[in-house]
Write a protein that binds this ligand. Structure first.
Ligand code: ZN
Ligand code: ZN
Length: 142
């Protein structure tokens, strides 16, 4: 499917109006193989893009289930696109994240599910982040 069709469909499915900034941010995120910080996203957008609009766009994307946060030990918040089933009501992102210690990129390993953990009595988890560190495919010596 063409990127433009995917973007149009994704925005419509989540009930978001099509605006130039939403369109541009979603394109940048869909084309990236790894999670992007707000700074990364801004660098990939046209230079005249309004910063506040970018922040608002990311907020509405996160609330609508288009993107999710990718957390690591740094205080930089990165975002990645969600799987197609995600919505504002339910995030189905149950995958492992992988941080490369070489290129510093954090990847969503969508095909690798977070292992089931058994919690002690009276502990109830509401969120989960599973981050592995190592060397990614791009950085492996050939
Ligand atoms: Zn790497
Ligand atoms: Zn992810």
């Amino acid at each position: 499917m063409l990127a433009a069709d995917r973007i149009a469909q994704t925005l419509s499915r989540h009930g978001l109006r099509h605006t130039p900034v939403r369109w541009a941010v979603l394109l940048v995120m869909m084309e990236s193989n790894f999670a992007l910080s707000i700074g990364d996203i801004e660098q990939l957008l046209p230079p005249d893009t309004d910063r506040i609009t970018v922040y608002r766009t990311l907020k509405s994307f996160e609330e609508s289930g288009l993107i999710h946060r990718v957390i690591d030990a740094s205080d930089i918040i990165r975002y990645a696109t969600c799987s197609i089933e995600c919505s504002a009501q339910a995030h189905f992102d149950n995958h492992v994240h992988f941080k490369c210690t070489c290129c510093q990129h954090i990847y969503c390993l969508n095909q690798v599910a977070i292992p089931v953990v058994t919690l002690p009595d009276k502990f109830e988890a509401v969120s989960r982040d599973y981050l592995l560190a190592g060397v990614c495919r791009e950085c492996q010596p050939t």
